[in-house]
Design a protein around this ligand. Structure first.
Ligand SMILES: [Zn+2]
Length: 346
């Protein structure tokens, strides 16, 4: 446990944190808190796919939601967009419970828990995958390398790298390397990269099996519509979930517009918010911020970027805290009480 976690745990365990939270709830919190989840699932979910997206178990999420309901005023991004656009007041202790990507457990597990506690959540959807019924690229990379029929491969695109995949730890390192390539390579041809991995590993992943896996993992449009009609906020997580910093100007415009148009068509409501795939802050890429504004978004969210000051924050870069899997309840409470402790990168 690092120093920050230790401090958070002590704060979370101590009686004064309850007093502090109650006081904040009464007089007004200085923070605009937002938490990022992806998937609320049991550990078996992670065996063949990406374990990194499971941020909470159903039981743990229920405990966290009960804590949110007691100490905060959860809002959706529509309330926050109204605040920016019309000056509508925020509640005393605003908190955004957000889910990125579009995993099926968002509908099956998360929605009933939020409804039970009468809270609103926000769901950011990467629209291409809901349409195409293909695995998210990070799940696909995990699957391909974990089911490889060879002990090593040498990729040649976008660079020549030898990847050993002969045991669990070398496979994990190879997965990390491939994810890094997708996250960092400017103008990467993702289909070419993934096809190369499938071919070299000799894994069996036909379009039919991929569709079957996608149906196990991802929501359909019916699920997404049910979230919206249950009163949840459903907004954009771009179309193909590429890191915006790695896109050419044309692709960047296209990504931001496509998901916005598709969601508006499918759901019949206005799309005013986008959460950035992988969540990297945009401070050093003003052209991306400009593109987000030009595409007509009022709000944009980064991830693992900390917490925003409720009185002065950049609407195109609202910060969010990641909710890591297995965090002790007292550490979690401590982070929520003193959110400045939250990790600022990850
Ligand atoms: Zn995402």
């Amino acid at each position: 446990m690092g120093l920050r976690d230790k401090v958070a745990t002590i704060v979370g365990r101590a009686q004064p944190f309850e007093v502090l939270l109650r006081a904040q709830h009464r007089v007004g919190s200085p923070w605009l808190l937002a938490i990022t989840y992806h998937s609320a699932a049991s550990p078996e979910r992670t065996v063949r796919f990406d374990p990194g997206v499971v941020d909470t178990s159903p039981e743990e999420f229920e405990r966290q939601v009960a804590f949110f309901a007691k100490h905060f005023d959860p809002i959706g991004v529509t309330e926050l967009a109204n605040h920016i656009e019309t000056g509508a007041k925020l509640p005393k202790a605003p908190l955004l419970i957000t889910f990125d990507d579009g995993y099926l457990d968002n509908h099956d597990v998360v929605l009933p828990i939020l409804q039970k506690h009468n809270l609103k959540g926000t769901f950011f959807i990467a629209t291409d995958y809901i349409d195409s019924r293909q695995l998210f690229w990070w799940d696909k990379i995990n699957y391909i390398l974990k089911t490889a029929k060879v002990a090593s491969i040498t990729i040649t695109y976008p660079q020549t790298v030898e990847l050993k995949i002969d045991n669990a730890s070398s496979t994990e390192a190879a997965i990390k390397k491939c994810l890094r390539i997708v996250k960092d390579t400017y103008d990467l041809d993702l289909v070419k990269f993934l096809d190369q991995l499938t071919e070299l590993t000799k894994t069996e992943l036909t379009p039919t099996t991929e569709r079957k896996f996608a149906d196990e993992l991802l929501m359909t449009w019916d699920h997404v519509r049910r979230l919206a009609s249950a009163g949840m906020d459903v907004q954009s997580h771009t179309a193909s979930h590429r890191v915006l910093q790695t896109l050419t100007p044309d692709n960047l415009e296209h990504e931001l517009h496509r998901s916005k148009t598709v969601l508006a068509d499918r759901l019949g409501h206005r799309i005013h918010t986008v959460s950035y795939p992988v969540g990297k802050p945009l401070a050093d890429v003003p052209h991306v911020k400009e593109a987000v504004k030009r595409a007509g978004y009022t709000l944009g969210f980064s991830n693992a970027s900390g917490v925003s000051n409720r009185w002065s924050f950049d609407p195109i870069e609202v910060r969010r805290m990641a909710a890591p899997y297995g965090m002790r309840p007292d550490t979690f409470s401590g982070y929520m009480t003193l959110p400045k402790l939250a990790a600022t990168s990850g």
